[in-house]
Design a protein around this ligand. Sequence first.
Ligand SMILES: Nc1ncnc2c1ncn2[C@@H]1O[C@H](COP(=O)(O)OP(=O)(O)O)[C@@H](O)[C@H]1O
Ligand SMILES: O=P(O)(O)OC[C@H](O)CO
Length: 620
Amino acid sequence: MQPSNTFVGSIDQGTTSTRFLIFNREGEPVASHQVEFSQIYPNPGWHEHDPLEIVTSVETCIEEAVRKFEAQGHTRSSIQSIGITNQRETTIVWDHETGEPLYNAIVWTDTRSQAIVAELKQKPGAAQLQTLCGLPLSTYSSATKLLWMLAHVPRVKDAFDRGTLAFGTVDAWLVYRLNGGVAANVFVSDSTNASRTMFVNLETLRYDEALLDFFGIRGKVHLPRIVPSSDATAYGVVASGALARVPIMGCLGDQSAALVGQKGFLSGMAKNTYGTGCFLLYNVGDKPVFSTHGLLATVAYHFGGKPIYALEGSIAVAGSGIKFLQNNLDFFQESKDVNDLACSVEDNGGCVFVTAFSGLFAPYWIDDAKGTIFGITQYTQRGHIARATIEATCFQTKAILDAMEKDSGHTLSELAVDGGMSNSDLAMQTQADLISIPIYRPKMRETTALGAAIAAGLAVGLWHNFAELRDLNRSGGAVFEPQVPRQESAKKFGQWEKAVKMSRGWVGSQSAKKEDTDGPNNETYVLVKDHDLLLPKATQVLHNSLISDVAKSSTYTTTVKGRTHISVKEIEVPSLPTQTALGSVLGDLDDADEEDLFLELRKVEILQRLRKLRKQSNCN
Ligand SMILES: Nc1ncnc2c1ncn2[C@@H]1O[C@H](COP(=O)(O)OP(=O)(O)O)[C@@H](O)[C@H]1O
Ligand SMILES: O=P(O)(O)OC[C@H](O)CO
């Protein structure tokens, strides 16, 4: 038996903040430090992190937590190993020879790869991908983010062409950097993180040639070696700082870590983590279950021996919806205040907020929706919107549980929860009411960090088996019992489903133009001959129609506005058409697009007239 003055450290690198916690053998955090870091939103739908800032945030948290730990009289040498848990899918690329990042990290919520996804869906083999890797083809996985970088970031493409491009998720990046980068070159990823890339075969837990071929990267990108989530040697040792020479022995994607931290070790156990997003993982045992109802198949954890799998329901927006009310709409000062604001009204006042900031993930997988609030009237107050925001996550959890029941044939009798938003009592009561089963919330909510600590602690011998973990974080939790009749919940859920249906199809209309025009640089542009008019992809459909009906055209590739490989269609329009004439050739096209094209043509016409007038006055 280890003496009780031994500890294990846990790095929790989340979407909005980084933490380092030091746990004792009883699973209690004795010291911790947390910092928030920059969220970069360069365009609608884009979300980036600075890879170097992520590393600095980890180093700062380690230094500060160790300082607090030593202030309590402990010594740093009693920290035996370190576990890492992290936001998954977020994609980082660096140069294998220099160790320098080549672009900002593209965060899991980012939807810029939408056009790439649409294109890939048409490719032979697309329908089979999910049966190999467990994930649907969407903007969520790392694969499409990497393809976007290859198509749009010359530095990344150059490294790819030279054979020096290294790709990793946040775990791989952190392990690499904490080991000292290029000098030690410890380049590994754990099975739970690797299984979120779309490059890995879920059954073999190896890179799959068919998957790599589908994405066109086989043999062309340095990929981390896949290793178990708990391993005494694979992850190397911290190279410098307060914990120099301490070995890293555990690594889990944050949702897997939360399942481990909740000790969901038996098939049939589930947890739901309400962080930036919200993720329900249901342990299905040592064989993956491939969902037919919109869920993901993923690795729950792999502690050597057989891996354990989970069915996952992923919700893109949970706490980030609360942050949106706080930061973008100035509804309150701190996330915790959402509870009081939502409690200031009795119900949602008829509002339903489909928080589809990144489209909708499970079980819907709608990528052409954006955030939409239905049911607003003069009666609507901020409290109603706050309630509707909380409810959005709870409704999606209900939809996921329904899907999980269909996939597994099993009805859950209780749901264990954690994550920042689970601190809201109202949110948890709302959840229990909507799913009609009790919610169990542990006293210590840092279960994600505890999960990574367990992975590292098992490898170093702080604990030896799951039985020894049974009593960790067991007392003092809260239970939320359902208080609303099932028919009432079903009626509310019906409204949500109606709102989801109505939110479909927004992307592709006017609002999506900025995203579209900032998109791939191999788009087709249209040059209206003799009118200096270069029109982007957004109005492409109009031009196809114009080309076939009223104009001659030719296509060539050129460099325009610094972008290379832009395919330009040159069209000759006999004379600038009136809007009515345009309407007649454009048939049943969107009025807004028609108006847009007409305005562009008018602008050119006015410019030409001005030039003509200027020429005339110069001559006079
Ligand atoms: N008391 C609270 N009530 C509601 N939401 C909260 C509360 N505290 C934190 N949150 C939300 O939880 C999220 C942070 O949770 P956390 O588990 O730390 O997420 P992550 O690991 O994704 O960074 C934030 O988006 C925040 O808005
Ligand atoms: O930051 P979180 O806790 O919402 O988790 C992010 C997930 O890992 C994304 O898949």
